[in-house]
Unconditional design. Structure first.
Length: 400
């Protein structure tokens, strides 16, 4: 509860008038002081009344790419039976506030407000809670209370279409990748016999049933796996504009594009950050909801694009050595894609040392003033100014 400047002045006047009236036996002053004190007490009781409001939110959609439109629909219902609500309310949407009119909201009625959510920057935009301010008619006391929960809107990085997707040293289980090696011990399918097939691979029972020779087709069951390592160290992205590192934003766009292209090609992909970031409030809320089986947040698990939306720069500038050590020990895939900024080129040797564990290593460098010298650490390096330029250069890479 907050007392306004007018309320403070009236309360001080009430104390002074009562003191002077009792001290010098002036009943008129005592009466004025009592009236002023009663007015402040009435204002406090009026502002303390808690309206019964129910708040519902609907984000449309709750996940968008950077720059795409998104809106929030807020529905406020007066759950009281007798008393109308005449309040001042504002909703928090990221860094700005949106006024919500709750004038003469009758019992059992509701009002709906729809407004746009800013999506010009990648990140998690928290929307809510609704803040309702209750004032007395004299403007002496104001009390603000929150209503409803916070709903996050996930602004993903822009996705640029990639034509080429590295398949690594492994091959597909079911022949989705071209050039699948044949002849292993794992059965895949049956096909008609062609000249040159070994007779020991003929499936005689099926051949007798269909009336022609059928041959077992065996393939290599290893599955190609991509590992995307995004450098989120502050030292790797030293240049900032209004607190935003554009090279890191470009790296997030490149990571999102690679992950999306891999999913479309039905290839497994793993997204890692060099320095793990502490969980944001929206992430903690989603993790708690998932742990308790609560579908109030939409029931959608955090995916790679959500992690990219919530990713931020870390102050742990020495995390690259620890990250490469873990990658060397775990061997999480056969193709490693490292995305960094101009400040990360000096430490590409740590990434180059992973070529023994990862047959194919590709490095993307964003925002550098000069191109990376050819043959740096024996790696395939793609220099790009932004995510769109990276997509164009990526499709031109011939060796993975």
């Amino acid at each position: 509860m907050g007392i306004t400047a007018r309320g403070v002045g009236l309360l001080v006047a009430a104390v002074v008038l009562l003191g002077v009236g009792f001290r010098f036996a002036y009943p008129e002053l005592t009466l004025l002081g009592a009236a002023a004190g009663a007015a402040v007490g009435y204002a406090a009781l009026t502002a303390a009344w808690r309206p019964r409001l129910t708040v519902a939110r609907r984000a449309d959609p709750d996940r968008v790419a950077r720059g795409e439109p998104a809106s929030m629909t807020l529905t406020v219902r007066n759950a009281a039976r007798l008393r109308s609500a005449n309040l001042l309310a504002e909703d928090r949407c990221g860094d700005r506030t949106v006024l919500v009119p709750l004038l003469r909201l009758r019992p059992g009625r509701d009002t709906e407000v729809r407004y746009d959510v800013p999506t010009h920057r990648r990140g998690v935009v928290p929307v809510g809670p609704l803040r309702v301010t209750r004032r007395d008619p004299l403007g002496l006391v104001a009390l603000a209370r929150p209503y409803g929960a916070t709903t996050p809107v996930w602004v993903h990085p822009r996705i640029h279409p990639l034509t080429a997707v590295p398949t690594g040293a492994g091959r597909s289980l079911d022949g989705r990748v071209d050039g699948v090696p044949h002849g292993s011990i794992t059965f895949d399918s049956l096909r008609e016999y062609v000249v040159g097939d070994e007779l020991r691979r003929v499936h005689w029972r099926t051949s007798a049933r269909v009336g022609e020779l059928m041959v077992r087709e065996n393939v290599d069951t290893s599955l190609p796996r991509l590992v995307v390592l995004l450098d989120n160290r502050g030292a790797a992205h030293p240049e900032r504009v209004d607190g935003v590192a554009e090279s890191f934003e470009s790296g997030c766009e490149a990571a999102a594009s690679i992950v999306t292209a891999a999913h479309r090609a039905d290839l497994p992909v793993l997204l890692l950050l060099v320095a793990p970031e502490p969980a944001t409030p929206a992430q903690r809320e989603r993790a708690d909801a998932d742990a308790h089986g609560d579908d109030s947040t939409g029931g959608q698990p955090l995916g790679p694009l959500d992690r990219l939306a919530a990713a931020g720069l870390s102050s742990d500038d020495a995390a690259l050595r620890a990250a490469t050590t873990r990658l060397r020990q775990d061997r999480l895939g056969d193709t490693l894609i490292f995305l960094t900024g101009p400040g990360g080129r000096a430490e590409l040797g740590h990434v180059g040392a992973l070529r023994g564990a990862y047959p194919s290593v590709v490095v993307g460098v964003f925002g550098a003033a000069e191109p990376t010298p050819p043959g740096t650490a024996g790696l395939v390096v793609v220099d790009a100014a932004d995510g769109a330029r990276f997509a164009a250069e990526w499709d031109g890479v011939r060796r993975w």
